[in-house]
Write a protein that binds this ligand. Structure first.
Ligand SMILES: C[S@@+](CC[C@H](N)C(=O)[O-])C[C@H]1O[C@@H](n2cnc3c(N)ncnc32)[C@H](O)[C@@H]1O
Length: 371
């Protein structure tokens, strides 16, 4: 069924139902029925409405989004992240298999001697938690992040640990350390940035000659394909075609890049990094309600990560607006929201589910061109 954009057009222009009714020569109850979908206007009214609001009939009919100025969610700023500590805690439950990190450190990166590690966009130090216990004795960890909340939390979490950590509240774009570190790493960081290449140059500058750069970043297509929930049809959960419009717009607006995981090898190559290799992170969470303790932990984490703990029509409305602002039609946005609410319902009911991370790990060594 079609869902008119009439309410949105009216609100954008700041006119009442009665005013519009007067212009079209109908009652305000009729306008209300058109807006709620209880009735559909005749073709002649659709044309008149399109003329009045100076949009196409497709836009009136909700087949195309109403163009409004793009708004960024500014995920590269401190303001956004200062409120996201609970999101970080809930999304970092069971995120890595420690044995896979150990395999990377020992067998792939061959970090056999004490090393100084620098983590860009470190959050509250998740990578320190999983890497440092596996590193040779004497290794150090420095984390930098633009959010003071993250940095303060990092400091207090690692105060008592046996390995040495330093946390600094800094904007990575302005970080000026030169040739100081053996390893520079980041996780889920470059995807948030308007200029990841500029950041990568800074990360490389901080490395000693021949040092190792490691970027653990998402590719959302993999992430999306790696979700399955018992009781739902896999094909209908995906919604990738619809979300692709959203990801593409955010990328084109230099807001966020959810395909950065795929682009990184090429970016590093263009910056003269040598011996580039790419791996996939191997964690697949299988949440099985028969194992109640682990299930409960994963279920809570899933609901918290998605912001689905409470029923919240306001955030649903915001999600719909954001999807439409990124180019989805009202119907498409509605479809995505419907899929999300189905997922929410099933997870709350306690159904089994499977979830991958979609992390691509790209690494290489600082080449002569970057010295
Ligand atoms: C998704 S979180 C990832 C945190 C951490 N790497 C992890 O995996 O848990 C992204 C982090 O990047 C930080 N950030 C965003 N823009 C930044 C910038 N320009 N300089 C430094 N940190 C930044 C945010 O404050 C946030 O903590």
């Amino acid at each position: 069924m079609l869902s008119l954009n009439l309410y949105e057009l009216r609100k954008a222009k700041g006119i009442t139902q009665s005013h519009l009714a007067e212009i079209l020569g109908v009652s305000f109850q009729t306008i209300s029925k058109w807006e709620t979908g209880a009735a559909m206007p005749d073709v002649k009214y659709i044309i008149e409405i399109a003329r009045f609001f100076e949009v196409s009939t497709d836009q009136v009919l909700g087949l195309k989004p109403i163009e409004s100025e793009y708004y960024s969610r500014r995920t590269e700023g401190a303001q956004y992240w200062d409120n996201k500590l609970s999101y970080i805690y809930s999304s970092r439950v069971d995120l890595w298999n420690t044995d896979y990190m150990e395999f990377l450190i020992k067998q792939v990166w061959k970090l056999q001697k004490a090393a100084d590690i620098l983590d860009f966009g470190c959050g509250n130090g998740y990578l320190a938690e999983i890497m440092m216990p596996l590193m040779p004795k004497g290794s150090t960890y420095t984390g930098i992040d633009i959010s003071r909340t993250m940095i303060e939390d990092g400091k207090s979490r690692f105060r008592e640990k046996e390995f040495k950590t330093t946390f600094e509240c800094r904007d990575g774009y302005e970080y000026g350390a030169k040739g100081k570190y053996d390893v520079v790493v980041c996780q889920a960081f470059l995807r948030e940035l308007s200029d990841p290449k500029k950041m990568l140059k800074n990360m490389l500058a901080a490395l000693k000659p021949g040092g190792l750069i490691i970027c653990i970043e998402v590719n959302r297509e993999l992430d999306n394909a790696g979700i399955y929930i018992d009781g739902l049809d896999y094909a209908s959960i995906l919604a990738t075609d619809l979300q692709r419009t959203y990801w593409k717009t955010e990328y084109e607006k230099r807001d966020r890049d959810y395909a950065i995981g795929m682009r990184l090898p090429f970016l590093l190559k263009s910056l003269g990094v040598r011996d580039i290799e790419v791996r996939l992170q191997d964690k697949v969470k299988f949440a099985n309600p028969d194992e109640s303790v682990n299930y409960h932990k994963l279920q809570t984490a899933y609901l918290k990560e998605k912001g689905w703990e409470a029923d919240d029509t306001e955030s649903e409305e915001l999600a719909r607006k954001t999807l439409m602002n990124r180019g989805l039609t009202k119907e498409e946005a509605q479809q995505v929201i419907h899929i999300w609410s189905q997922e929410k319902e099933k997870i709350r009911e306690g159904k089994a589910f499977l979830k991958t991370t979609g992390f691509v790990i790209t690494f290489g060594w600082k080449g002569a061109e970057n010295q």
